[in-house]
Design a protein around this ligand. Sequence first.
Ligand code: NAD
Length: 440
Amino acid sequence: MVDQFQSNIGVIGLGYVGLPTAIGFHDAGFNVWGVDVSERSVEMILRGKNPTGDPDVDDIVPQPGSDRWNITTNTGEAVPNCDVVLVTVPTPITHDLKPDLSYVSAAGRAVFEAIPKGSNTIVVLESTVYPGVTTETWLPIIEELGLVIGEDVEIAYCPERFNPGDPAHGVRQVARVIGCSNPEVGEKLVELYSKLTSEDVRYVGKLEVAEAAKVIENVQRDINIALVNELARIFPALDVDVEDVLSAAATKWNFHRYTPGVGVGGHCIPVDPYYMIQRAADVGVPAGLITAARAVNRSMPSHVAGVVTDLLWSAGVPAGDAKVLLLGWSYKAEVGDPRETPAEPLAATLIGKNISVGAWDPHIDSSLYPESVVPVDDISDAKGYDLVILVTAHKACLEIEWGDLLSKMRTPIVYDGRRVLDLDKLESMGWTTHAVGKPV
Ligand SMILES: NC(=O)c1ccc[n+]([C@@H]2O[C@H](COP(=O)([O-])OP(=O)(O)OC[C@H]3O[C@@H](n4cnc5c(N)ncnc54)[C@H](O)[C@@H]3O)[C@@H](O)[C@H]2O)c1
C-alpha cells in the first residue's frame, strides 16, 4: 500500500538509473513525475520507448496514456506535485580526472527553486558522489533561496546500486542504504524504498556514511580488478597462465576470484575512485593504493595494444598494413553503453601505431564509434583482417560463425581480451589464439 505522505515521487534524470527507478516506483503503485533535460529522451519515453542502452528496460516503459506516469522536461512543473524527489543525474569526471559536480548542482537548483514553501519536500540524491557532496553542493543553494530545512525541504542520500544488463540485480532487487542528518526522515525513506525493493533497506546515519559506502563499493572492485590485471602482466613473463594460477588459488576458501581483461569501463568503476582520490587529497590524506589501482586498470588498453602489435609483427604483418577487428565496443556484456569503454583507448592506441581498426557490436549504433574506427555493421561482411580482439563478452560476439570469419581473415589470429573463449576449439579450427594473461 502506498500511503498519503509519500505517494508522489519525482525522478530527475531519466537515464540508466533514473528511468528504471521511475518505472520501479510506478510499478509499486506510486504517482511518478519523471524529468529529463534531454528532449529526445522525454519524447521517446512518452512514446513508451527506451532511450537508454539497457535492454532490460526495453519492454517495461509504461505506454502512452498510462495512469500515474507523468514525464516532462520541466522540473518546475513536476516538483510541486511531489512529496519526495530523487535526483539521478550524471557525475562524470573532467578531462583532468576531477569530479564534475555541475549536473548535481544544476539539477538541485532547479528542484529547490520549484519547491513550494512549507511543503517539507524530501530531496534525495542517488548519483554517485564522494562524502560531503550532497551537503556542500546543495546547502548553499537552499540557503541562497531562503528555504528552511525541516520546514520547506529535507535532503538525504541513497546511492543506486543496481547493475544494468543484469536482471537479477535490478532496482527492485538491490539492498539500499539511506543517509540523512534527520533520523526521522531517514526512517520515512526506509519505509519508502522498502516498497521499491525486496531487499534490505537501512538507515545508516549521516549522509556522508551513505555517500562513502557507495564510492568505496566501486573503489574495492577497481582495486580487486587491478590486482588480477597486474598479475595478468606478471605471470605471462614467467611463462605461466594467470587463469591457471587464479583457478588454483580459488580452491582456497577465502580467495576471491576476479577475471583480467582489456580494461574496465562504464560510468562507475573507472570514475568513482577519482571522487575518492579527490576527497582524500582535499583532507590531506594519501590515497596511494586507490591511485595505483586506477593507473593499472587505465593502462590495460595500451598494454593489450602493445601485446597485439607484437603478435602482428611476429606473424609478419607490418603495422602500416595491419587490420585489427574489435568484437564488441560497449564496456560490458549485453549492454549498449559505450561510456568509458576500454575499446576506445585500445582502438586509439592501435591507430596511433598505424594499425587500421574496425569494430562490430550488435548492441551499439556504429555512429557512436570514433571517426577513425571502421564500422562493421554485419559481421559476415568482415574480411581481410589480421587479428580479432574480443573486447566485450556479448553472447552475440562469443557465438559468431568463427569458421566463416576464419575463412575471411588475411591472418587468422584471435586475442581473447575477456578470457571467455574456448581457445582449444578455435585452435582446432585453424585460429592462432592468444589471451590476456596467457604466455605468448
Ligand atoms: N549506470 C550505472 O550502472 C549506475 C549504477 C549505479 C549508480 N550510477 C550513478 O547514477 C548516476 C546517473 O547515472 P546514469 O548512468 O543513469 O547516467 P545517464 O547519463 O544515463 O542519465 C542521466 C540523465 O540525467 C539527465 N540530466 C542531466 N542533467 C539533468 C537535469 N538538470 N535535470 C534533469 N535531467 C538531467 C541526462 O539527460 C540523462 O538522461 C551517476 O552518478 C552514476 O554514477 C550509475
